[in-house]
Design a protein around this ligand. Structure first.
Ligand code: ATP
Length: 148
């Protein structure tokens, strides 16, 4: 019982991108796409700093809403009393422009399929992964269950 109550305790989370601060609120848990796999954080998690991959950031708020963001790399710092997430780019699921991401996916696929001299393969693959990540999140309805 005490454990359960403790698990529900909240901690402040900030999500910052070059566009500014996207989110600064209390959360009861989050799941972030660390480079070596998805990482769950609750209050009292051991402090750490990790590099983030392209993926989905899920944040559970104290009123039990689950927020989903597409993120494109960055860092996460977990402290005893707060979590700071610095993203290269981040969008809330609701703000993802599906048409734009589809165009970006198409462009990346075309560039990668040509493979002529001067095409930066690594850059093309990153662009493709970013677009596919945005599309997967924007089109998905029920994957929030991941965090449960
Ligand atoms: P594009 O080729 O469409 O510009 P991109 O992957 O090159 O996509 P980024 O450099 O990752 O774009 O992001 C530039 C800015 O545009 C960021 O603020 C990012 O949040 C925003 N952004 C990019 N794609 C989308 C999208 N599909 N929906 C909403 N915002 C987007």
């Amino acid at each position: 019982m005490a454990d359960k109550a403790n698990n529900r305790s909240s901690f402040p989370v900030s999500v910052v991108s070059p566009d500014g601060e996207l989110f600064r609120e209390e959360a009861t848990s989050l799941v972030a796409p660390a480079v070596d796999g998805y990482l769950g954080v609750m209050k009292g998690h051991a402090p750490l700093i990790t590099i983030l991959d392209i993926g989905e950031l899920l944040i559970r708020t104290p009123d039990d809403h689950i927020l989903s963001l597409a993120i494109a790399g960055g860092f996460m710092e977990v402290r005893r009393d707060q979590v700071l997430i610095l993203c290269d780019h981040a969008e809330f699921k609701e703000d993802i422009d599906i048409a734009r991401a589809s165009e970006a996916e198409k462009r990346a696929r075309e560039r990668l399929s040509k493979r002529f001299k001067g095409v930066d393969i690594e850059r093309g693959e990153v662009a493709l992964r970013k677009a596919q990540n945005r599309l997967r999140i924007a089109r998905r309805k029920e994957r929030e269950k991941l965090i449960e």
